[in-house]
Write a protein that binds this ligand. Structure first.
Ligand code: GDD
Ligand code: MN
Length: 377
């Protein structure tokens, strides 16, 4: 240990003023932005009792380390360093739940949101007539001019889908800048999705009109340092959220992706089985085994990139995961070949036997992968 840990001087316990506002900042690779954001929060919230909680998903650039430095100098700063998890929504939820102030704000670390609006948002919540204040780019006085054409189009499209399909009434449900009353958030929290990045949309859709919302305009600025974390895959997350909210959480995105990867696996299986039988002249049991191995491998890769992208295995963990996947599925493979053989015995139709075996294998893979390979850490 290179730092001495000494207890502070003996002093009677004191009641420290508890914060009236917790500012939650999700971060991933924002090392160059967090100090500037903190300074700006200090200026914007001068005179208020506030705290800031950075929720960092173990950023490779060491954002958490910079935040720790700030926290050592100022008790208003805290850092939650999450290991083995990724996700904007989940980070925001955890940050809000880790605080106790009656009001909680969520703001990006890259200074694209306008922290000078926070006192106004707080005042609106403190009147007691509002549960949620949304920083909005799409009302009079707001703007998102820093967006490029493509991003602006995507944002508008998603906004339209949310408004029409989920009947969300606000102008900017895609905003990531808002402030909410803690008691209302705690009520909704168990129903929110930790996957994905549209936490505000989730909150508003989950509340189903039962939140008193105010929107205030702000200008979406350009990112200070670093780059956006949102890739084309966020479209999938968005789709998943819309589906989950539409079906009252009966259909989850993971379930859908499982099914989709499964059917692709079936296709891979057929293609490999066909090739093994026709091109390589393998006897049927061997061909079925090879086909199942191909399907298993492609299922693993696809699930790692899509179904479990928030818990994606990387580096050596991929190899370990793949091996584990093979091991847990070896029983499935036996069942697969067994089922296929017995079907083939009775009815020598290769595709029927192949399908029966593959189905057996796919169901097994699903159950096992959730339990062992991408288990929640
Ligand atoms: N902890 C954590 N985990 N934080 C994350 C993750 C993650 O997986 N992904 C992104 N963040 C953090 C970023 O570090 C940043 O502080 C904030 O979340 C927003 O991410 P950006 O990468 O800056 O995304 P953006 O600028 O493309 O998206 C913003 O604009 C959208 C409006 O179009 C976000 O504010 C969205 O919430 C907003 O909807
Ligand atoms: Mn950003």
């Amino acid at each position: 240990m290179n730092e001495a840990i000494r207890p502070g001087p003996e002093s009677p316990p004191q009641a420290v003023a508890t914060p009236e506002l917790s500012v939650v900042v999700p971060t991933f690779n924002e090392r160059d932005n967090v100090t500037t954001l903190f300074r700006r929060l200090e200026t914007a919230l001068a005179g208020k009792a506030w705290e800031v909680i950075f929720v960092d998903d173990n950023s490779p650039d060491g954002t958490w380390d910079v935040v720790r430095g700030l926290a050592r100098q100022d008790t208003r700063v805290r850092c939650i360093r999450r290991i083995g998890r990724r996700g904007l929504s989940g980070a925001c939820i955890e940050g809000i739940l880790a605080s106790s102030a009656p009001c909680a704000a969520v703001i990006d670390a890259d200074l694209q949101h306008d922290e000078t609006q926070l006192p106004k948002m707080l005042a609106l919540l403190q009147t007691g007539e509002t549960d949620l204040v949304v920083g909005s780019r799409y009302i009079e006085g707001g703007s998102a001019d820093s967006f490029n054409k493509q991003r602006a189009g995507a944002s508008q499209f998603a906004t339209e889908v949310a408004r029409r399909v989920l009947r969300v009434k606000i102008a900017d449900p895609m905003s990531g800048f808002f402030m909410i009353r803690r008691d209302r958030f705690e009520q909704l929290a168990p129903q929110l999705s930790t996957q994905g990045f549209k936490i505000l949309l989730d909150i508003v859709a989950t509340a189903r009109g039962d939140l008193r919302v105010r929107e205030i305009p702000y200008t979406f600025a350009s990112r200070l340092h670093g780059e956006s974390k949102l890739d084309s895959m966020v479209a999938l997350d968005f789709l998943g959220l819309v589906l989950a909210k539409l079906t009252h959480d009966v259909v989850s995105l993971r379930f859908l992706l499982f099914a989709m990867v499964g059917s692709i696996g079936l296709f891979v299986h057929f293609a490999a089985l066909y090739a093994a039988l026709e091109a390589f002249d393998l006897p049927f049991p061997n061909a079925q085994g090879v086909a199942a191995l191909c399907a298993m491998t492609s299922n693993f890769i696809l699930n790692n990139f899509l179904t479990y992208r928030d818990q994606r295995l990387k580096g050596f963990a991929i190899l370990r995961g793949l091996l584990l996947f093979y091991v847990v599925c070896s029983v499935g493979l036996l069942a697969n070949v067994g089922v296929a053989l017995s079907v083939f015995d009775q009815e020598p139709i290769w595709w029927l036997a192949g399908a029966a075996g593959a189905l057996m294998g796919v169901v097994w893979n699903y159950a096992m992968s959730g339990l062992f390979v991408w288990r929640k850490r």
